[in-house]
Ligand binder design. Structure first.
Ligand code: NAP
Ligand code: MG
Length: 499
């Protein structure tokens, strides 16, 4: 894989790199310095999508018959290539979406881990055999490929999230039409190049750049697409669910979060402090699992808040390519305005601004979409700041009377992705594991930290019940076929001839 010197990037449709049929293009900027253009990308539309879907449909006929372990070998090679190019991809990703190199390396590593897990899953894809209730009859279930998978991804994990979806989709024998986020199309393009270099047959993957309206929704609505895997906002997720239901299309939705960390009076406060700093301000708060609420037991509230403000004020903002940067920019200026709007809302609701609350535009940061790490105290559970996803470096601190109150506040949310409890009380820890309404609960760790081989996803309006990561995602990308083989040589009627 060579990083193209040209700024002109392409779609990959029907086995070839090409522009949009309209020849229209959109620009991708570096959010740390908006003057820097990362690339120009095809602004595709319906005609491009039709061609991609037709090609993916025809490729399915052969790809479904390639043995799953062989499909897995291609994914293994993709993992090797990601490993080989990890540093280059991380640099590109930092330039196109801003998070620090430490984090973009982690993003690529998650893709590598997902590849190696997926490669071995090609040798499992377990069905089961069970005894029949009739003599001389054999029963089993098998995992079958489904067809064309439409993949729509967000910009905050430009490589990891596409790999969570595309590797399992391919191992299960589906072909893929991939529409990446418009803010991170370059990393997506590198990923597709790597799949091809790894030996994926050309028409098995299709890459169609373009906006959610021009490409995303038409992909969901298209009758040539069998299933949709989407990660993004709850608002768009609901639109996708409604559109897909018209022809009963299978849909997996990974949506928003309003994740909370609870700190009890008996917790290791230094450990809890490291956790919340990483959880709230890592990726500039733009993670679906970001800590956006901090629930403090009243006995340690003032002390912990003081410790936190001191550390948050020392966080170094800057270009993510620089080694000492701890917090990069927001994804774009629109997002910065949205964050500033939430600061206004929180003030008007009566929350107390402890630190931050302003765009950060001094020195080298003046051309970037930076925002100071922001902490509000005195937040009550009903405030918009405590209920709505901000997707920025804004932390709402809420005081709790005791453990039950803390869990009650944590659960008082329409979202349910990640959650965290810091305590030394083993009984409280187990009650939290049982009672917290979330897809993921960490004990003595921050709300961040998914691993490739464990299920990932949330409850309530965070999703529609599916999981990525681990083994459940292979069920999403497969259809179950149940098979009966009767070798008795006669008609055996179930429920009748054995009674
Ligand atoms: P978004 O606006 O919902 O966009 C996500 C993807 O959907 C992008 O590719 C986008 O295209 C596309 N899209 C936009 N409108 C669409 C439409 N009407 N029909 C079909 N596709 C459409 O979300 P985002 O701003 O990129 O990402 C932030 C959100 O993602 C947050 O809410 C965050 O919590 C969530 N997220 C969730 C998880 C999880 O696993 N639960 C992980 C990461 C992020 P364009 O880029 O062209 O607009
Ligand atoms: Mg960009």
């Amino acid at each position: 894989m060579e990083l193209a010197l040209s700024l002109e990037f392409q779609n990959y449709v029907a086995g070839g790199w090409c522009s949009a049929s309209s020849a229209a293009r959109f620009k991708n900027h570096n959010p740390a310095n908006w003057d820097e253009i990362v690339g120009n990308f095809p602004a595709s539309g319906r005609a491009d999508l039709d061609r991609a879907i037709a090609s993916a449909r025809s490729a399915f006929a052969e790809w479904r018959l390639v043995p799953a372990p062989k499909r897995g070998e291609i994914i293994k090679r993709a993992g090797d290539l990601l490993t080989q190019h990890k540093e280059k991809i991380a640099h590109l990703m930092t330039r196109e979406m801003g998070k620090t190199l430490v984090e973009t390396r982690g993003d690529v590593q998650e893709g590598i881990d997902t590849a190696y897990y997926a490669a071995t899953e090609g040798r499992r894809l377990f069905g089961y055999t069970v005894p029949s209730e009739l003599p001389d009859k054999f029963c089993m279930s098998m995992q079958m490929p489904i067809g064309v998978a439409g993949i729509i991804t967000p910009w905050n994990f430009p490589l990891a999230i596409p790999t969570w979806k595309i590797f399992p989709a391919l191992v299960c024998g589906n072909t893929v039409v991939f529409k990446p986020a418009s803010d991170t199309p370059a990393t997506a393009t590198r990923f597709v190049e790597i799949l091809l270099e790894a030996g994926l047959p050309p028409e098995v993957i299709q890459l169609v750049h373009g906006s959610g309206n021009a490409v995303g929704m038409p992909l969901v609505e298209h009758t040539g697409v069998n299933l949709i895997s989407f990660t993004g906002s709850t608002e768009v997720g609901k639109q996708i669910s409604a559109a897909a239901s018209k022809n009963l299309k299978r849909v997996s939705l990974e949506l928003g979060g309003k994740n909370a960390q609870i700190v009890m009076a008996d917790a290791d406060l230094d450990l809890a402090l490291e956790g919340v700093l990483w959880g709230a301000f890592g990726t500039t708060g733009q993670r679906c699992t970001a800590t956006s609420r901090l629930i403090l037991h009243e006995a340690i509230h003032d002390r912990f808040l003081g410790m936190l403000i001191k550390r948050a004020e020392k966080l170094r903002l800057g270009n993510g390519l620089e080694a000492d940067t701890e917090v990069g920019p927001l994804i774009n200026f629109e997002q910065r305005e949205r964050v500033a709007e939430y600061v206004k809302i929180a003030k008007a609701e009566g929350a107390k601004l402890e630190t931050g609350g302003e765009p950060f535009a001094t020195g080298a940061c003046k051309k970037g979409a930076f925002f100071s790490p922001t902490i509000f105290s005195g937040v009550s559970a009903q405030m918009r700041l405590a209920q709505e996803e901000v997707f920025g470096p804004v932390l709402a601190v809420i005081k709790a009377r005791d453990f039950e109150d803390a869990v009650h506040v944590l659960n008082d949310s329409k979202y349910g992705l990640s959650s965290s409890l810091y305590t030394r009380d083993v009984n409280a820890a187990f009650k939290a594991m049982r009672d917290i309404e979330a897809g993921i609960t960490y004990i003595n760790g921050p709300t961040i930290g998914a691993e490739a081989h464990l299920p990932f996803g949330g409850v309530k309006e965070t999703g529609n019940g599916h999981r990525e990561g681990g083994w459940p995602v292979y069920d999403f990308f497969s259809e179950v076929k149940t098979v009966f083989v009767d070798y008795s040589g006669k008609l055996q009627r179930a429920q009748i001839d054995n009674r």
